[in-house]
Design a protein around this ligand. Structure first.
Ligand SMILES: [Zn+2]
Length: 172
C-alpha cells in the first residue's frame, strides 16, 4: 500500500504543478476507486473567483459527476497538502473511505495539525487517514512557490517610482 500511495501522490504532484503554472498555490488531488482515477483536481480559487475551488473539491466534483452519485463510498482521496476544514467536511459528506495526504499544514490542516476532524467522535463519518506521503516533495513545491512569489513582490517594490528614501538625521 505505501508504494501505491507514493505512486498516486506523484500523480497528484503533477496536478499541483499545474496549479503553480496558473499562479495558484500548488495543491493537487485525486479520487480513486479500486485503483482507478475517478476525479482529478488542482487548486484554483483565484482564477475561478471561487473560495471553494480547492483541489480536493474539484476532484470530488469530477468523481461524483462520473459516478452520478454525490456519495463516493469506498473511494480514496489523495492530496498533496493536508486538507482544510472545508475539504475534510466535503469528504465526510461524500463518505470518502480513506484520505492520503502529503505535507502537513500548520495553519489550516484539519487532519491533526490544527484540528482533527476525522478523529472527532461527535462527527458521524470517519475515514482512515495516512499523512506524510512524499511530504518533503509536496512541501518543497509549496515553499518554492511562496519564495518565488516573495521574490517577485520584492522586485516589484524595487521598480516602484517615488522619491528617494532619505536617511534620518543623525542625532546632534
Ligand atoms: Zn481545502
Amino acid at each position: 500500500m505505501p508504494d501505491e500511495d507514493e505512486r498516486w501522490m506523484r500523480e497528484a504532484l503533477v496536478l499541483a504543478r499545474q496549479a503553480a503554472d496558473a499562479g495558484e498555490v500548488p495543491v493537487g488531488a485525486l479520487v480513486l476507486q479500486a485503483g482507478r482515477v475517478l476525479g482529478r483536481g488542482y487548486n484554483r480559487p483565484i482564477g475561478s473567483h471561487d473560495p471553494t475551488a480547492h483541489a480536493e473539491v474539484q476532484a470530488l466534483r469530477e468523481a461524483a459527476n462520473l459516478l452520478g452519485n454525490y456519495r463516493l463510498p469506498g473511494c480514496t482521496l489523495v492530496v498533496t497538502l493536508e486538507p482544510c476544514a472545508m475539504c475534510a467536511g466535503a469528504m465526510q459528506h461524500a463518505r470518502i473511505a480513506r484520505v492520503v495526504f502529503g505535507a502537513r499544514d500548520a495553519k489550516t490542516g484539519a487532519c491533526g495539525s490544527v484540528v482533527d476532524l476525522f478523529g472527532e467522535p461527535r462527527l458521524n463519518h470517519h475515514a482512515t487517514v495516512t499523512g506524510g506521503v512524499l511530504a518533503e516533495e509536496c512541501g518543497r513545491l509549496l515553499s518554492s512557490f511562496f519564495s518565488a512569489k516573495r521574490e517577485a513582490a520584492r522586485a516589484a517594490i524595487g521598480r516602484l517610482p517615488g522619491p528617494p528614501v532619505e536617511a534620518p538625521d543623525a542625532p546632534a
